[in-house]
Design a protein around this ligand. Sequence first.
Ligand code: KG4
Ligand code: ZN
Length: 321
Amino acid sequence: MIVLGVETSCDETAVAVVKDGKEVLANVVYSQIKYHKDYGGVVPEVASRHHIRKITLVFEQALREANLKPEDIDLVAVTAKPGLIGSLIVGINAAKAFALAHDLEYIEVDHIKGHIYANYIENDFHFPLLALVVSGGHTELVLMKDYDQFEILGETLDDAVGECYDKVGRVMGLDYPAGALVDKLAHQGTPKYNLPLIYLEKDEYNFSFSGLKSAVLNLLNSAKMKGEEVNYSDLAASFQNSAVRVLTDKTIQAAKEYKVAQIIVAGGVAANRGLREALAEAVKELDNVILSFPALKYCTDNAAMIAVAGYFKYQSIDKRK
Ligand code: KG4
Ligand code: ZN
C-alpha cells in the first residue's frame, strides 16, 4: 500500500510517500525556520502564509522523488491535530483536494501518533510497548498494547520538555529552536549548578518542567544582579542532567510496571544525545527490553511519519469493517 503523507501542523511544509509503512520513497521537508528565527519562535500567521506558498511545490517534488503519478497512490494521510490551526487547514485542504481530484482514499491522523510511528520506519514494534514522546509541544508516556492502541500513562502538567530547551537556549542567547544547540553545549560542560529534579511524587507518570525552566532563569538573573559570571556550558549540562534524569527515571519505572517488551522515544527531543545515552545505560537494568529511536531525520517534524500513522490507522479501520 502506497501512502502519501502531508504535514503542516507547525513550521515545516512536508509531503512524503511511504510504501507499506516502512519504505520511504520520498520525504520532502521545507523548513520555514529562517522566517521565524528573528521572533524567537513560530509566528502562526507567518507559518500559514508560507505553507500556502510552498504546499503545491512540495507535493510535486515528493511525487517526482518517488517517481510516481498521483494515481499510483492508495491513500492520502494528513495531520489534523494538534497544531497551529491556520497551518493545519492548509495541509488538510491540500490533502483533501488531491485525494478528491484523483479519487483516492483519505484519512486524518494525529501528529503525536505520527511521531510514535516514525520509529516503525527503521524498527519493528514489539508489544506491549512504551513510547516516551518528547517534542516541542508534548511530553507524554504512552502505552501501546497493539498497533493503533494508545493509552496515555502521564503527560506534562505545564511546559513540554522541548519548549523548555528552547526557552533556556533563548536566555543564553541561542537561536530558535535551541534544543540541539543546548544539547551540544551540555556536552562541553559539567553539571556543576544545582537545579531541581521534579518528580511529582503522587503523580508518578506526569511531568512538570516549568520549575526547572524558572530555576535556570532565576540563576541567570541573580548572577547578573551580583555581577557573577555564569558558565553557559556548565549551565546547559546541569539543565540537561535534570531534564534527562526525570525523563529516564519515569520511563524505566513505567517500563517495569507495565512489563514492556520495547521502549521507543519519539519527537524532536528524541534527537538529544544526553537522553539517548542515559536511556541506553538505564535500559541495561531491564531484562530483554528493546530500546529504539527514530533516525535523526525522522525525530523532528516530517510527513513520512504521518504516512506511516495513516497506514496503520487505515488498517485498523479496515479490520473493523
Ligand atoms: O517534534 P518537533 O519537531 O516539533 C513538535 O511537534 O513540537 O520538536 C521540536 C523540538 C524543539 O523544541 C527543539 O528544540 C527540540 O525538539 N529538539 C531538541 C533537539 N533537537 C530538537 N531538544 C533537545 N536536544 C536536541 N538534540
Ligand atoms: Zn512534532
